[in-house]
Design a binder for this molecule. Structure first.
Ligand SMILES: Cc1cc2nc3c(=O)[nH]c(=O)nc-3n(C[C@H](O)[C@H](O)[C@H](O)COP(=O)(O)OP(=O)(O)OC[C@H]3O[C@@H](n4cnc5c(N)ncnc54)[C@H](O)[C@@H]3O)c2cc1C
Length: 423
């Protein structure tokens, strides 16, 4: 039998206790499934993949029978039909045990969340809706029946991923589909995904590139013209294997459209919380840094001598400060993920930026404080804390909502109403 930290009294309680946060029964059960899966399956494998910078493909294979690959596939298509919030809370539980798996899982799940619950919430014409409903079952079937894995490379190293320009990766319309060419950097799951959910600009001969013509296309990993290049030896999130993806005149049939023409642009502008989906992993890492500190100071970390350090007042104050920071982070983030919807108010959007910034910065601040508080022995590589520290460092670099961009928008959008200018 596989024992996990969940078998120890008082350890690794749900990050968001169902009663305290008034979660629904079905929602709580799904999140609990993720928590148990994380502790039982992800935690024991995380160190090895981090050390070797290899993709944890067996975690994804094990997610299939658990239903976790189809968590956001709508119920009528054989999925679990999780809402945006339910997904976020489940992902935080996975991030607690393996940041790299949770972050990669996010890329996969977004292909179903964006085409599922989020699209259902978007305004579409009757033709667009019919087209979308006719195309998406094929994508869901691959996931539900065969455990197919989708990824989501949109970063290109230019202004496009921040939403400031059209994607440089282009789709040229041809008979029956598109010829896709371009380059994506930091393509998590590169070499492991079955389909790359590519954001690219549809551009016919002589047309100007425009963000309005962004296409969201599933490019089969084995299509001629697709290649993965470059090394992968980063500071953190090493298991995501985010190498460079090249596409050269890749023929992609029209049936691989994940959203009808023009709908991605509408989603990005009217459902902005879709860009908050990178944060749950880091909410989990923040909780993990705190949990580790408490267990370590109590002398209860498995594999370490039962030395207690909790009697020193400096440690008690540090834990108290960590708790304050964690509670602040949880409260703001829970509010933001709970109020995600189409056409949110200005206040809700500003709160989402604040939540993203807070989670991404505080996860690393908590990990740094955990190392200082626990001491030198706690940052040896046989314990998870130093991995949590490195993994959490990368959160605030994630486009389109990096910590810097969140601050930039928060300041500007607070002080200026849309269209307002200074003379
Ligand atoms: C482990 C890991 C996994 C990743 N996985 C994926 C993935 O699966 N898919 C994917 O698409 N991307 C992924 N990324 C990429 C990530 O989202 C960023 O695109 C990437 O880290 C940015 O690289 P850069 O710092 O070179 O960007 P640059 O574009 O050079 O930006 C540097 C900084 O400048 C600021 N900046 C950039 N543009 C603007 C602007 N318009 N306005 C104001 N400030 C701006 C930002 O704060 C940014 O951090 C991953 C990154 C990491 C570290």
């Amino acid at each position: 039998m596989n024992h996990s930290v969940l078998d120890m009294p008082g350890r690794d309680a749900p990050i968001f206790a169902p009663e305290a946060f008034r979660l629904g029964e079905e929602e709580a059960a799904l999140i609990d499934k993720a928590r148990r899966f994380g502790a039982r399956v992800l935690a024991p494998r995380a160190a090895q993949h981090d050390r070797d910078a290899t993709f944890p493909i067996e975690n994804f294979r094990d997610m299939h029978p658990e239903g976790l690959l189809r968590i956001c596939v709508p119920k009528q298509h054989g999925g679990l039909g999780a809402s945006f919030r339910t997904y976020c809370l489940a992902a935080a539980e996975l991030g607690r045990y393996c940041g790299a798996t949770a972050l990669s899982w996010n890329m996969h799940v977004c292909s179903t969340l964006w085409t599922g619950a989020l699209s259902d919430d978007l305004e579409m014409s009757a033709e667009e809706r019919a087209e979308h409903n006719a195309r998406r079952p094929a994508h869901y079937r691959r996931i539900v029946e065969n455990g197919a894995i989708y990824s989501q490379p949109f970063s290109e190293g230019g202004a496009a991923a921040a939403g400031a320009a059209a994607f440089g990766t282009e789709a040229k319309p041809v008979d029956g589909g598109f010829l896709v060419s371009g380059k994506k950097i930091f393509a998590s799951l590169s070499g492991a995904a079955d389909y790359y959910g590519i954001l690219c600009t549809e551009r016919g001969e002589g047309e100007q590139a425009s963000r309005r013509n962004t296409l969201y296309l599933a490019v089969p990993a084995n299509a001629p013209g697709v290649s993965v290049v470059g090394d992968w030896d980063p500071l953190g999130m090493r298991g995501t294997v985010s190498r460079t993806l090249l596409m050269k005149d890749v023929f992609v049939p029209e049936s691989e459209l994940l959203m009808p023409h023009g709908v991605y642009f509408r989603a990005a502008t009217s459902w902005p919380h879709m860009f908050l989906t990178l944060s749950p992993t880091y909410m989990g890492l923040a909780q993990a840094a705190y949990d580790f500190t408490v267990a370590y100071l109590r002398g209860e970390v498995p594999g370490t001598p039962p030395v207690k350090r909790r009697m020193f007042p400096t440690k008690q104050i540090a834990v108290a400060e960590m708790r304050v920071m964690l509670e602040q982070t949880k409260a703001l983030w829970f509010q933001a993920v709970s109020e995600a919807r189409a056409n949110p108010t200005k206040e809700q959007v500003l709160r989402a930026y604040a939540a993203q910034h807070t989670v991404m910065e505080n996860a690393n601040a908590l990990a740094a404080k955990a190392i200082r508080t626990c001491g030198g022995q706690a940052m040896l590589k046989n314990l998870p804390l130093e991995r949590i520290y490195r993994d959490s460092r990368c959160g605030s670099l994630m486009l389109p909502w990096t910590a810097e961009i969140c601050l930039d928008r928060l300041g500007k959008e607070t002080l200026y109403e849309p269209g307002e200018k200074d003379e």
